[in-house]
Design a binder for this molecule. Structure first.
Ligand code: UT7
Length: 330
């Protein structure tokens, strides 16, 4: 068996920063409500006048990760992308990213697991590396949620945002790197967070009408209650699998959906907030991009040292939830 090691991280966000104050002019909301209920102050929103499509953002993040890893695109033999907002229904975002990077030797595909998309993708790459079917993989989490939120629905449009993060993972014989990955789903709660129409569910009557059919619906309050329980149980599962306790964790990098969910998770794990990375105040909820963006920022800020135990943990639409434990080796 081989070990999968992260050797580079990168991230990218659109130029336009939208503040809570600006949102007050768009929907019936307030800076105070958004800050208190979610922890978000600003978010990045893509513009069609810039090179900020899902593919563009993903390629920018990937190039930074590849630069840190010191590898050329030909070295990639797999591109796994977690996203619910590819540029097109098909081909996959993965293939579009492959073309942007000229990563001609890679097998490229997408994975839809809501906000757990990145950790699911990382898990697939990890297992492919462990069994020797892949040497070096690019794992991407990218979203352009601004394209699918209803800008008249204050319960979602103030939370969701755009961005991309990526890591390069490679096979090494040394121990460390990705120690374990866990994934869970519960489709019986699909209706807590979903896209109203799209694909085979688009009513025929709408198919010829010029409207935006991919609106997001969310029952935030019910999701909130599930989130802390699911995140906490899968984080504990990861630590137990590796015979580690909360004290052994150097940094938790959770999905950034709500600061109160993150604080609830930290408290349930008995981990102080100083050991939990948060950037939700700047980025909002970028779904599958949130963990790789946060991981890249933590890495570039020098918060991660060789040998540190880093716990990544996510929760989102599906429902899906996941955790990955890493012994940092950059
Ligand atoms: O990314 C992965 C999955 N996502 C999550 O896990 C998100 C989980 N949920 C949450 O983060 C929180 O539930 C929210 C931030 C979405 C909402 O916070 P909450 O404390 O659960 O508020 P609520 O939904 O219970 O709404 C409270 C009130 C309601 O008014 P009434 O019925 O009490 O009069 C809402 O209509 O806040 C109202 N409200 C707003 N007010 C101002 C809802 N959205 C807004 C808004 N501005 N943007």
């Amino acid at each position: 068996m081989f070990q999968a090691h992260i050797i580079g991280t990168g991230s990218s966000a659109p130029k336009r920063i939208l503040s809570n104050i600006e949102l007050e002019a768009i929907v019936d909301t307030s800076d105070d409500w958004i800050t208190r209920r979610s922890g978000i102050k600003t978010r990045h929103i893509a513009s069609k006048n810039e090179k900020e499509s899902t593919t563009d953002l993903a390629a920018q993040a990937s190039l930074k990760a590849m630069e840190m890893a010191g590898i050329q695109s030909e070295a990639l033999d797999m591109i796994v992308t977690g996203t619910v907002t590819p540029d097109r229904q098909f081909p996959s975002a993965g293939c579009m990213i492959q073309e942007a990077l000229k990563a001609n030797n890679a097998a490229a595909f997408d994975l839809s697991a809501g906000c757990s998309g990145f950790l699911y993708a990382l898990s697939i790459a990890n297992h492919a590396i462990q069994i020797g079917s892949c040497k070096t993989a690019l794992v991407v989490g990218v979203e352009r949620l601004s394209s699918i939120v209803n800008w008249e629905d204050r319960s979602t449009c103030v939370l969701m945002a755009d961005g991309a993060g990526a890591v390069v993972v490679t096979s090494k014989s040394e121990s460390g790197g990705i120690l374990s990955s866990h994934m869970k789903s519960d489709g019986s709660y699909w209706d807590l967070l979903y896209s109203s129409y799209g694909n085979s569910r688009t009513p025929e009557i709408l198919q010829d009408v010029d409207i935006k059919p991919f609106f997001m619906s969310m029952e935030g309050n019910r999701l909130f209650k599930k989130a802390i329980r699911c995140l906490s149980s899968i984080a504990i599962e990861a630590m137990e699998k590796n015979n580690l306790t909360s004290q052994d964790i150097r940094l938790v990098v959770p999905h950034q959906a709500n600061i109160r969910i993150i604080e609830g998770l930290a408290s349930s794990l008995d981990i102080p907030m100083e050991k939990v990375y948060t950037n939700i105040h700047k980025y909002g909820n970028t779904s599958s991009a949130s963990i790789p963006i946060a991981l890249d920022e933590a890495n570039r800020e020098g918060l991660l040292k060789m040998g540190d135990n880093v716990l990544l943990v996510s929760f989102g639409a599906g429902l899906t939830w996941a955790s990955t434990l890493i012994r940092w080796s950059i």
